[in-house]
Design a protein around this ligand. Structure first.
Ligand code: NI
Length: 233
């Protein structure tokens, strides 16, 4: 399941991130790549020792916690501390790869399973040419280039790439989520049920019949009981 998350960061948060990124030092992006992806990865990233990294990570993590669609779609158990990358000039592309299944957290405290990958766009689409995120899924390939502040969630197991940036620079944050629901299909079903229940709320106003209230209550029960069966606490 691929989901477009609108306005994860508002305009002010994008500006704060951009100012911090402008004052940061970029390093070779291959430092976090596995063997296969290092061969096709050609971009820049912030290093773990970058002094602005904690503030940047805070911006993204706080925004994610407030974003109801992110929480409903990813059902996060653990989130890898967000990373930041830049595509432009001679370091401008990332060929086809699948994200590593297991990632050690930067502080070495644990490893997480990568179920969902997320890219938060920090450059406006008119600031650069190319740079599309292309995700191959069971229905063919999806081409993603979003407004600054928007994000995309997609299964970490999907083949994906970033097209060469031929003008300007593409700044983004990216990270992985270990979901409480490891299986993509189950996570999708729960998300669709969640969206349907939320969509029924307007029908549950003061004039609603008891039958409507009872039906919504039952659907909500089904959601939580499926979550109880499938979730890793
Ligand atoms: Ni990737």
């Amino acid at each position: 399941m691929m989901i477009h998350l609108e306005q994860v960061l508002d305009a002010a948060a994008v500006t704060r991130c951009r100012e911090l990124l402008a004052a940061s030092r970029w390093c070779d992006g291959r430092m976090t790549a596995g063997l296969q992806s290092a061969r096709v990865k050609n971009n820049e990233q912030l290093g773990e020792d970058e002094r602005h990294l904690p503030a940047l990570r805070g911006e993204i993590l706080r925004a994610l916690q407030r974003h109801a669609t992110f929480v409903a779609a990813a059902i996060p158990r653990r989130i890898y501390p967000p990373l930041f990358n830049r595509y432009g000039g001679r370091t401008n592309a990332f060929g086809n790869h699948v994200d590593n299944a297991i990632r050690n957290l930067p502080d070495g405290s644990a490893a997480i399973r990568t179920d969902v990958s997320c890219t938060v766009f920090l450059s406006r689409p008119d600031e650069y040419d190319g740079g599309e995120l292309v995700i191959e899924d069971t229905f063919g390939s999806k081409v993603v280039k979003l407004p600054a502040g928007d994000a995309v969630l997609y299964p970490s197991g999907s083949l994906h790439r970033v097209q060469p940036v031929t003008r300007g620079a593409r700044l983004a944050s990216f990270f992985w989520v270990e979901s409480r629901i490891g299986e993509d299909e189950r996570r999708r079903l729960l998300f669709e049920l969640d969206v349907a229940i939320v969509g029924l709320q307007p029908a549950a106003g003061s004039s609603a019949t008891p039958q409507v209230h009872e039906a919504i209550l039952k659907l909500t029960g089904v959601y939580h009981n499926l979550l109880r069966q499938w979730a890793q606490a």
